[in-house]
Design a protein. Structure first.
Length: 129
């Protein structure tokens, strides 16, 4: 799972977001960046790194503005990312996830878990349903 905190420049998720992704049943594709508390240290210099890591789900929470999945999907080379190909681009509202405290632990976790649960249900073979 790729969590994008900002789009220009691309900034990956902070530690508590990465931890909530794990609690919700996902796996952060940039765990080594999540440990960096400052956004400037989580900037991706090469957007192709997301393509190489091929996330199944992309979560966006652009603090102060609406997440635009169509803009993410139109980035050069990103059409090959499984999340883009399969339409698994989801917004988590920034007040729910980008500020530490109760909202991130309740509403933010619930929102991430909901995305993971729906994705997992679509991955299950039809005979298991």
């Amino acid at each position: 799972m790729y969590f994008e905190e900002w789009d220009e420049p691309l900034i990956t998720g902070i530690r508590w977001v990465s931890e909530l992704i794990a609690i919700a049943g996902g796996e952060d594709i940039f765990p080594e960046r999540a440990v960096c508390p400052l956004g400037k240290d989580r900037i991706l210099a090469d957007a192709e790194e997301v393509v190489r890591r091929a996330p199944q789900i992309i979560l966006g929470s652009w603090c102060g503005k609406r997440f635009r999945p169509e803009r993410v999907a139109s980035r050069p080379g990103w059409e090959s990312i499984p999340a883009v190909r399969d339409g698994e681009l989801h917004e988590i509202k920034s007040p729910l996830i980008l500020q530490p405290g109760p909202a991130a632990l309740t509403d933010g976790l619930t929102a991430i878990h909901s995305v993971v649960r729906r994705w997992a249900a679509r991955q299950a073979p039809a005979s298991a349903a």
